[in-house]
Design a binder for this molecule. Structure first.
Ligand code: COA
Length: 156
């Protein structure tokens, strides 16, 4: 069955899924109620979800995006991200931002969709999370802020 995409009520967003993208349940719960949530469905079941917050001035921030572990690496995350980018572009947003670790496959995942590095938040992960976070055996320290500007061509 082909994937379908739609906005969902934040109250229906699968918390277990969003926690794959952000290990802090406190943080996820704190932004979820004031976010718009979007999901990819396969045969009626949610296989991927993301949360986006409006920041004002046409800026929106992708707070988290995650695909069910058994369905990762099969293009679903890319398809949901493309759909969410298109949704905001069509709605007249100026830009979509995301914060992510300074290394790892997630960085390529966003950059493939035209996100570019716009800032470095040094020590973000040590300052904002009580427990160390490791990716590929390396401790995450700094966060990169990436921005996809709308209205400017996406160099591919
Ligand atoms: C990041 C995530 C949303 C990407 O969705 P996905 O459906 O798995 O990714 P896609 O199949 O669209 O593939 C995108 C690229 O990421 C790579 N990738 C995805 N998961 C990967 C993993 N665990 N390890 C290494 N590479 C991975 C894919 O191989 C692909 O690269 P390629 O085209 O060179 O093969 C998903 O892997 C996920 O939920 N991860 C856990 C939560 C998370 O880290 N969220 C992002 C927070 S910043």
């Amino acid at each position: 069955m082909p994937l379908s995409f739609s906005e969902i009520d934040p109250a229906q967003a699968p918390l277990d899924l969003l926690l794959l993208a952000d290990p802090s349940e406190t943080k996820v719960r704190s932004y979820l109620a004031s976010s718009r949530c979007f999901a990819a469905f396969d045969g009626g079941a949610i296989v991927a979800a993301c949360a986006v917050q409006a920041r004002g001035g046409g800026t929106h921030e992708l707070m988290s995006i995650a695909v069910r572990p058994g369905s990762q690496k099969s293009g679903i995350g890319t398809a949901l991200l493309e759909w969410v980018v298109g949704f905001h572009e069509k709605a007249g947003a100026a830009r979509l931002e995301v914060g992510t670790g300074s290394f790892g496959y997630q960085l390529a995942f966003y950059q493939r969709q035209g996100f570019r590095v716009t800032a470095i938040d040094r020590d973000f992960f040590t300052t904002n999370y009580p427990e160390p976070i490791f990716e590929q055996g390396i401790r995450l320290l700094d966060m990169l802020r990436l921005t996809r500007e709308f209205g400017s061509p996406h160099p591919s």
